[in-house]
Write a protein that binds this ligand. Structure first.
Ligand code: ADP
Ligand code: MG
Length: 700
């Protein structure tokens, strides 16, 4: 059982002061997942990604241009927009003895401005200072403070990853609140190691991370971050050690069939398999036939045809009268897989069922029954497949789609579902070798190097968003010619309210143009509506699908041959590549239009150039690595990976090595974690949610 000291951390975010239901919902989107809402601990581990320096300048003339500047000044003049130019901004002049600054407000709330910046008043003002026609100006200051309240503004302000509905200041406040909830915990690290590295306690390190003393402390490689990273690595290494011990006990089972179902499926396919697919299918089958457990990674660029390989593997399991699951990262993808695979499975006489968090009531019970009594051969679903209450008659194989971050933790959960389950992980993200060793050190790899024949290259163009009208015109012509179009809008962030094209708005605008040929799909829609929108597009009822990045992963509509990506400059390379991979799947020539809003920074410019030059996923991944640094490639900087919230194994290599040794020693000396330090290690395992490892410990 989880030590009760950790209970406050695993409480929902609503237990934090100032977090009501609405805010909690927004936090869930950022930090929660299918199985749980955002909790205090998710906020605790939601570390700043940087910091803003708000130390005040002595005077206006000394305030830095082009950066965040903070200064105090007197309000001298209000300049409303002239009545003839309703869209012009509202301007307010402030000055000190050394110079003046024009504050600029678009869509101004004049009454509010008169209140916060009355003429004659002194104010502390902080925001991005720019030169405009030789004059200093600041568009929408971040902070406007009465000098009496100066102390309420920290001079170094941590910056957090945000989401719709949670602004920077709110996030900083709740993250700090979460850090405060952290109790002093028993020490699990080796004393000498702690001293040598100058590590504070877990609580001390968390506190330091959320209250950076200077800019470097928020962004740099600090002792505090290393401490937490080490903790995380130690937790996973100890969990791994426990798993290995368990795995040695439970060897795999040989699953071999006569090939009849596979032949039936192959005959039913509307295409012939590529050599790469054949080879991968054979590799997988060889693995499954062996009495050891399979742990194989199937790597193939977007569109290379991984799904059918998965189906053949699952058919092989069924030939041995055993079950398999196919797990997808999103609800939409799970449904698509189920719809695609069902007719093929049917032809081979296999029973396939869908299980996600949304299957409820009688339908759900029926599926659970079918899984438990072995009637269902193949279950397709999301994380819900792992949940408690889902039991299998005889699970042989788990295929995990598009989740290269499927880590040790999830493997553990799976292990608990069947003895010696064979695992196939499929990913389109090429994984650099250094990383694959730390993440998948124990995995074998199959690669689909070629794409199915007959694919035409995608023409990719970068176009300034000022030419939106032309783009809409071209899209209209494409639709009239029978094409289907994806129109992708980026996430709406509270911080740039002024110029982001929200999917909703774009949808309405395009609907005016194209009527009911336009569909809308975004993450916040109720599940049923999402299904309906997707189904209408698949069926060709809607010809243009406006969506957020929810279509990024795996969605397959071969007739879609045009993609417009708005604000392409805001996306990373890997994401652009994934998105673009949704087209170019059919026999028609495809076009991808990257709409950008200039001026482009050098990195954004480089990204768009690479996208125009190549469709080669490996090259794109390499360039991505070069432009971003390794840490971000696998999304390890976001909380997206349940395996690594903080640690970056590729960067913290020395820590990883130390944690590995530490873990081995710990398990050797104290195999059941019963000593005082062993008990502390248990707390650590719960803290990083390696609970299943502890369960294994009990079982063994
Ligand atoms: P991914 O590897 O990105 O998951 P999919 O499995 O979704 O790719 O396959 C992409 C498309 O290619 C699908 O429409 C699928 O039916 C088709 N496909 C798969 N294999 C072949 C093949 N050997 N020949 C022609 N089309 C294929
Ligand atoms: Mg796929």
């Amino acid at each position: 059982m989880r030590p009760s000291a950790l209970d406050p951390l695993f409480a929902p975010s609503t237990t934090l002061s100032g977090v009501g239901p609405k805010l909690a919902k927004a936090l869930d989107k950022l930090l929660g997942d299918e199985t749980h809402a955002a909790r205090v601990i998710d906020l605790l581990f939601h570390l700043p990604t940087g910091a803003i320096d708000r130390r005040p300048s002595e005077s206006i003339i000394e305030a830095p241009i082009g950066e965040i500047a903070t200064f105090s000044a007197r309000v001298t003049e209000h300049r409303p927009a002239p009545p003839t130019k309703a869209k012009a901004p509202y301007r307010i002049l402030v000055e000190d003895e050394t110079g003046d600054v024009t504050l600029v407000f678009f869509h101004a709330d004049v009454r509010h401005l008169l209140q916060t910046l009355p003429i004659g008043a002194y104010r502390i003002i902080s925001g991005k200072l720019e030169l405009w026609d030789g004059m200093r100006q600041m568009v929408h200051p971040d902070r406007i403070l009465d000098p009496k309240l100066a102390a309420t503004m920290p001079s170094v302000e941590p910056v957090y990853g945000l989401t719709e509905g949670v602004g920077g200041r709110i996030m900083a406040r709740i993250a700090a609140g979460a850090a405060e909830r952290c109790p002093e915990l028993p020490e699990w690290q080796d004393g000498a190691f702690l001293a040598r590295n100058d590590f504070a306690s877990f609580r001390g390190a968390i506190d330091a991370l959320h209250h950076p003393a200077d800019i470097k402390a928020a962004t740099g490689e600090t002792v505090a971050r290393r401490r937490i990273a080490y903790d995380e690595l130690l937790a996973s290494q100890i969990a791994l050690a426990l798993v290995r011990r368990q795995q040695k006990k439970a060897a795999g089972r040989a699953t071999g069939g006569d090939g009849a179902l596979r032949r039936a499926i192959e005959t039913a396919l509307p295409f012939t398999l590529t050599d790469g697919q054949r080879k991968a299918i054979a590799d997988i089958h060889d693995d499954m036939e062996k009495p050891e457990r399979m742990l194989r990674l199937l790597q193939g660029d977007v569109g290379s045809g991984k799904t059918v390989v998965a189906l053949m593997a699952m058919a092989a399991a069924a030939e041995a009268n055993r079950q398999s699951v196919l797990m997808a990262p999103t609800e939409i993808l799970a449904r698509q897989h189920a719809e695609r695979l069902a007719p093929l499975a049917d032809k081979a006489g296999l029973k396939l069922a869908l299980l996600t968090g949304r299957e409820k009531g009688a339908g759900r019970r029926q599926v659970l029954e079918g899984l438990a009594n072995g009637e269902i051969d193949i279950a397709v679903g999301t994380h819900a497949l792992f949940q408690e209450g889902v039991a299998f008659h005889d699970l042989a194989l788990a295929v995990v789609d598009e989740q290269h971050r499927f880590g040790v933790h999830q493997r553990l959960l799976l292990g608990a579902k069947g003895e010696a389950v064979d695992i196939l992980v499929m990913t389109a993200t090429p994984i650099p070798r250094t990383l694959s060793l730390t993440w998948f050190g124990d995995m074998d790899i199959s690669v689909l190097a070629e794409k199915p024949a007959g694919r035409k290259p995608i023409a990719t163009k970068a176009i300034s968003s000022e030419r939106l009208d032309e783009v809409v015109g071209a899209v209209g012509r494409a639709i009239n010619a029978g094409a289907q179009v994806y129109w992708v809008c980026p996430l709406v962030q509270e911080s740039d309210t002024l110029d982001v094209a929200a999917a909703q708005q774009r949808f309405e605008a395009l609907q005016e143009e194209f009527g009911d040929k336009v569909g809308l799909l975004h993450g916040q829609m109720p599940g049923r509506d999402k299904d309906a929108a997707m189904a209408a597009f698949v069926a060709g009822q809607t010809r243009l699908l406006v969506s957020t990045t929810v279509i990024e992963v795996g969605v397959d509509v071969p007739n879609a041959s045009v993609m417009v990506i708005e604000h392409a400059e805001r996306f990373g390379l890997a994401q652009l590549h994934q998105l673009r991979g949704r087209i170019g799947r059919g026999s028609a020539a495809s076009t991808c239009l990257l709409l950008y809003k200039g001026p482009l920074g050098p990195v954004a410019e480089a990204r768009l150039t690479i996208m125009r030059e190549t469709e080669d996923g490996f090259r794109i991944a390499e360039e991505d690595l070069r432009l971003r640094g390794e840490g971000e490639v696998l999304g390890t900087k976001q909380s997206g990976s349940p395996d690594w919230r903080i640690a970056r194994p590729e960067i913290d290599g020395d820590l990883l090595a130390a944690a590995r040794d530490d873990a081995r020693l710990q398990i050797e000396r104290d195999p059941h974690l019963e000593t005082e330090r062993g008990q502390a290690v248990r707390t650590l395992l719960y803290l990083f949610e390696r609970d299943v490892a502890i369960r294994l410990l009990r079982a063994g």
